[in-house]
Design a protein around this ligand. Structure first.
Ligand code: 6OG
Length: 164
């Protein structure tokens, strides 16, 4: 596994709901920047002004999907490190699940939100690591691990993760 010379902290939050169609997950198509065109959860860099990691996750959900989740309703469910070949900076992503929220998801400059059935998540449209751990999170489990990506941002060169 590739090692770090500097680490940037990120959040990633998945909002879940139950309706007459069954369990659903809120995902968004990334409209700009890193991961353009990919379907992902909502999140971004933790800012010095964020009071906590959970608050950072809540802020990103507000900015990107226009929904309100209280920091205390952000359930920490994962800690994942990403490296990219020939890139000394690594990402540390704090993963959350929220089942309580207020508001209707709405499109932002950065993301186009959409509800998906939890049993029909289009993993082919997501970062390649998600298929390995998101199903476990939907069963109430947690994940800790590392994924090393090639420069193409598609190929996973090495990985090590624990689901509990
Ligand atoms: P901004 O740079 O737009 O935040 N993210 C990843 N998520 C997964 N599952 N796999 C990856 O593989 C990822 N790389 C980044 C973290 C980017 C958002 O995308 C997530 C952030 O929530 C490398 O601010």
């Amino acid at each position: 596994l590739q090692s770090a010379t500097s680490v940037k902290e990120y959040t990633l939050a998945f909002v879940l709901r139950n309706n007459e169609d069954g369990a659903q997950i809120l995902l968004g198509t990334k409209k700009r920047g890193f991961g353009l065109g990919k379907l992902i959860g909502f999140g971004g860099k933790i800012e010095p002004s964020d009071a906590s990691v959970a608050d950072a996750a809540a802020r990103e959900l507000m900015e990107e999907a226009n929904i309100v989740v209280r920091g205390s309703d952000m359930q920490p469910v994962g800690s994942l490190v990403y490296t990219f070949e020939n890139q000394p900076q690594v990402m540390h992503m704090h993963v959350f699940v929220a089942t309580a929220f207020e508001g209707e998801p709405a499109e932002s400059d950065e993301m186009r939100p959409e509800w998906f059935q939890c049993d029909a998540i289009p993993y082919d449209d997501m970062w390649a690591d998600e298929r390995f751990w998101l199903p476990a999170l939907l069963e109430g489990k947690t994940v800790v691990g590392q994924f090393d990506f090639a420069q193409d941002e598609v190929t996973i060169v090495a990985s090590k993760f624990d689901i509990a």
